[in-house]
Design a protein around this ligand. Structure first.
Ligand code: ATP
Ligand code: MG
Length: 569
């Protein structure tokens, strides 16, 4: 492709809403253009990398035995009502009406549609297992679309759904898909890790995420260097914590004055105790009413664990008004002592052995010290609510967990029968008995993975494409397009490389060398071939790799061969 005939406009300006480097570089390199928050045009250069990514995914999905189809972007409300996700999906679901005022949504995921397809065609265990996939635009009305293609509202996803007669068959396909995902991310030359994950609103029993480790990742993962245990912090477990406060004789329950102490550090300062001696009481609202959750004062509560323990579809931190109604006190002074037993309360298991601890007194400017379970507080529900962090003990061995940030590029789930039961997607076994199909689902973000590849492969001057995702393999630069000899040779080498099957972008623009080199660094094409008057005089051209930019002078007649060698290596 001749640059002069292509559609590629780079810019020096960094848009001020572009917080992460992949977003900045994709904008500057003329790969994407924002139409609205989280909604982008893939410009021709960007689209080429996206298509490469889709090709890799398609190849691995086909090799894993999945079958491609294409489902609609717009879904009728009735299907989402069958699974009750029309409401449960919340504001992420973009709802629309047609001219007859019928309800539709823009599909954020396709469990409902694919299950509706399969329940109409499949009757017998003999037709199973099945694995269907598509690469398609999703829409999720994300609260904070940001980071360009990484958290967009409209974005391309590869989503696959498998259907089985029983859990063993699902297990086999799940393994095959896990292996296929590993090959995809290896093919992209990405450094990634596979972590245990929370199933979230999709539901189901087991799930794993593929994380590209990067400072700018929105997810936090912990891993144990000793045994390899790795999990998203939403899901991670840790070895039980030491109890808050030393065991010993029970102290007296005492109300103490703590004027204005609404934060943990204010309470610990005023009472001169460590934060691990405090038990904090958090008030949440759920669709079943308010719930109190208790966790050690120096630690955070994991809301995903609480929601999944409660089976709550909606879980939000209660506002001032609800806190006052439930506890009778302003925010900051909630505690479990003396509250109506009607209010559900759940304790994190790591404070179960605690004694003589401090809690809010349910009135302004007061706390209790010397609090003990049983005598002062009746708590019957205990579960793991801890948000695990770096330095916690590994739950599988005696190692210590490390904390990293990651970008979730893929997520695979064992769904079980949640959707097939709700939608009556059944099969007959060899005895003629009917069962709901067991399902799996497998998502992979196309744009997010390309963005993650840039996060891992760039320098201060621009992108350094891993060859498999590069929009072009070779950039031929004619340094002075007013020099006929230069143009003649550059044209010839461009033609020859194309004949050899290379994907070549040819910078034939009438621009200064400085501009061409800056653009070359920015768009990051892996191999560069520069033709200028100076080297030409010596019968040579310059070949280099974007990765190290080390220039090699090559005799003109060997230039094509040298470029092909570099591409092969
Ligand atoms: P997240 O936790 O990041 O919101 P998710 O868990 O909701 O993602 P899934 O439903 O598992 O995402 O979707 C499968 C894949 O689709 C993700 O692993 C990710 O690569 C991609 N993806 C999800 N949401 C977005 C988005 N807003 N923009 C770009 N890609 C996305
Ligand atoms: Mg996910």
């Amino acid at each position: 492709m001749r640059w002069s005939q292509f559609y590629l406009y780079t810019t020096r300006e960094v848009p001020n809403d572009a917080e992460v480097v992949s977003h900045q570089l994709m904008m500057r390199a003329g790969m994407i253009r924002k139409a609205a928050a989280g909604i982008y045009t893939y410009l021709p250069l960007g689209w080429r990398s996206i298509m490469k990514m889709m090709d890799i995914v398609r190849r691995e999905m086909d090799a894993a035995g999945a079958v491609e189809l294409m489902m609609p972007a717009i879904h009728p409300a009735e299907l989402w009502q069958e699974t009750e996700r029309w409401d449960a999906f919340g504001d992420l679901l973009l709802k629309i009406k047609d001219r007859n005022q019928r309800d539709f949504c823009f599909g954020p995921t396709h469990e409902e549609v694919v299950t509706d397809v399969v329940r109409r065609d499949v009757r017998s265990y003999r037709q199973l297992p099945l694995n269907l996939y598509q690469i398609q635009n999703k829409f999720r009305d994300e609260i904070r679309p940001r980071f360009g293609l990484m958290r967009a509202r409209e974005f391309l996803m590869k989503d696959a759904y498998s259907f089985h007669a029983g859990a063993d068959s699902l297990g086999e396909t799940y393994e095959a898909m896990r292996a296929a995902y590993c090959r995809v991310f290896e093919d992209c030359r990405l450094e990634y890790s596979l972590v245990e994950a929370q199933s979230g609103t999709i539901g189901g029993s087991a799930s794993h995420e593929f994380m590209v480790l990067a400072e700018t990742g929105e997810d936090a993962v912990v891993s144990c260097p000793a045994c390899g245990y790795a999990a998203n912090v939403e899901k991670a477990e840790a070895r039980p914590l030491a109890a808050a406060a030393a065991a010993g004789d029970q102290e007296e329950l005492t109300e103490v004055s703590t004027p204005g102490a609404t934060t943990i550090s204010e309470v610990t300062d005023q009472l001169q105790v460590g934060a691990d001696r405090l038990v904090k009481t958090l008030v949440y609202e759920t669709e079943e009413g308010p719930v109190l959750a208790l966790v050690r004062g120096d630690r955070d509560l994991n809301e995903a664990k609480l929601a999944s323990y409660l089976g709550a579809q909606r879980l939000t931190m209660a506002g001032d008004e609800v806190v006052r109604r439930v506890t009778g006190a302003p925010v900051g002074f909630a505690g479990p002592v003396g509250l109506s037993p009607e209010i559900r309360r759940v304790g994190d298991q790591s404070i179960r052995q605690s004694s003589n601890f401090v809690v809010g007194a349910n009135k302004a400017d007061a706390h209790f010290t010397g609090v003990n379970w049983g005598r002062d507080v009746d708590l019957s529900e205990w579960t793991d609510l801890l948000l695990v962090t770096g330095g916690d003990g590994c739950p599988r061995c005696d190692g210590t967990l490390e904390l990293h940030r990651g970008i979730e590029v893929g997520h695979i789930f064992k769904l079980g029968t949640k959707y097939s039961e709700a939608m009556e997607c059944t099969y007959l076994d060899d005895q003629g008995k009917s069962h709901p199909m067991t399902m799996g689902c497998y998502g992979l973000g196309i744009g997010r993975t390309v963005a993650a590849a840039i996060e891992q492969n760039h320098d201060e001057d621009g992108i350094i494409w891993p060859l498999p995702l590069a929009p072009y393999e070779v950039l031929v630069i004619a340094l002075n397009t007013r020099d006929e000899q230069v143009v003649e040779l550059a044209d010839r080498l461009y033609d020859q490389l194309q004949e050899q099957g290379s994907e070549v972008l040819y910078d034939d623009r009438d621009e200064r060398p400085g501009v061409k080199f800056k653009d070359a660094d920015l768009i990051g094409i892996p191999v560069r071939l520069v033709i200028g008057a100076k080297s030409l005089a010596g019968g040579q051209v310059e070949v280099s790799l974007r990765r190290d930019r080390e220039k090699i002078l090559v005799p003109i007649e060997n230039a094509v061969e040298r470029v092909l060698e570099l591409l092969a290596g």
